[in-house]
Design a binder for this molecule. Structure first.
Ligand code: KG4
Ligand code: ZN
Length: 352
């Protein structure tokens, strides 16, 4: 019997069991992460090695450097996740890994390591979509949360409004027509001279600024629930250029606050419009930008006003981590999805 056939049988048996322990790996960008998650909701360990220091010098993620660092760290990080969970490899029920989307060279490191480990242990290999991982981070913080719910996914590469359906499928309600919200934050931060990663720094700076000082445009999009950030970005660049040309010193905190408000207003307004028109009662937030302070506050206020339940992931599960991959892998396993040794990294993997 082939590995794949054996694992299909194993997964069918595992699907009916409880206390399933999955070792999950995440190497899609600049974090080398491993975690052990039980039944998709209980985090037994969560190790994240951030490569930020390696990339700061270059002002952004250098794919080749990211891949090399993953190669060095993936083994030690996986071992640490196991020892912090108090388990040896034999105690695992499955190995999960992010298969995409992300940087191909970075993804390949995790995928190759997970394939080798799963094959050597003769345990099932589960391929996870990174975006599904971000959404499932909410299950770690809110063990009682069950679909259906609306989810605003905002990260460095994605700005999606999705509906998480009862059957585990995802429906796209709206998405960005151009840049992602995280990308826009990073670009604006760079214009203000903030170091990489700019999004969190701009957020911190904005806390001290006057958000009403500069008016920035609200874009028109094709779909009612779609997003667009590139016009906003250009307007922001032009505004700062004009100030520099006039020899003015940039009022960085006010600029940061004004930009953040424009991005957050758009995110919140359209998510709430969709929620109202589609009759949704529950909204979750996901992705790196879910850490944004104003976004969290404004969504909370909007949901309170409408009597909607809001689910915010804990800060440690907003940015890239492997616990969220373990949460998503559990759902894949329950649906009988098992990968085989032909699994490849897919930098453009889609969720819908
Ligand atoms: O989900 P993530 O860690 O990686 C991707 O899957 O893309 O998201 C990273 C993005 C970056 O663009 C980063 O600047 C942004 O999330 N980010 C923030 C904040 N924290 C992280 N943006 C705004 N405010 C924050 N507090
Ligand atoms: Zn991410």
């Amino acid at each position: 019997m082939s590995y794949h056939q054996r694992m299909q049988e194993k997964v069918a048996i595992l699907g009916a069991r409880s206390n399933l322990r999955i070792l999950a790996l995440e190497t899609s960008c600049d974090e080398t992460a491993a975690a052990v998650v039980e039944d998709g909701r209980r985090v037994l360990s969560n190790v994240v090695y951030s490569q930020i220091d390696l990339h700061t010098l270059y002002g952004g993620v250098v794919p080749e450097i990211a891949s090399r660092a993953h190669v060095e760290k993936v083994g030690p990080v996986a071992q640490l996740a196991l020892s912090e969970a108090g388990l040896d490899m034999e105690a695992l029920d499955a190995v999960a890994v992010t298969a995409g989307p992300g940087l191909v060279g970075a993804l390949l490191v995790g995928v190759s390591y997970a394939k080798g480990l799963a094959f050597a242990l003769d345990k099932p290999l589960i391929a996870v979509n990174h975006i599904e991982g971000h959404i499932c981070a909410n299950y770690l913080t809110w063990p009682e949360l069950e679909p259906p719910f609306l989810c605003l996914v905002v990260s460095g590469g994605h700005s999606h409004l999705m509906r998480v359906e009862v059957d585990g499928r995802y429906r796209l309600i709206g998405c960005t027509q151009d840049d992602a919200a995280g990308e826009a934050f990073d670009k604006a931060a760079r214009v203000l001279g903030l170091a990489y990663p700019g999004g969190p720094r701009l957020d911190a700076l904005a806390e001290e600024g006057d958000a009403a000082r500069f008016a920035l445009p609200t874009p028109h999009t094709q779909g009612r629930y779609d997003y667009s950030f590139s016009g906003l970005k250009t307007a922001f660049i032009n505004l700062t250029h004009q100030m520099k040309q006039k020899g003015q010193e940039l009022p960085a905190a006010d600029l940061a606050a004004s930009f953040r408000r424009a991005v957050v207003d758009q995110l919140v307004d359209r998510a709430m419009l969709a929620a109202a028109e589609l009759g949704e009662t529950r909204l979750a937030l996901a992705g790196g930008v879910a850490a944004n302070r104003l976004l969290r506050r404004q969504l909370q206020a909007a949901c309170d006003q409408r009597g909607m339940a809001l689910y915010l992931p804990e800060l440690k599960y907003c940015g890239d981590n492997a616990a969220m991959i373990g949460a998503a892998a559990f759902l894949r396993l329950k649906h009988g999805h098992v990968a085989d040794m032909a699994l490849n990294a897919n930098p453009a993997l889609r969720l819908v």
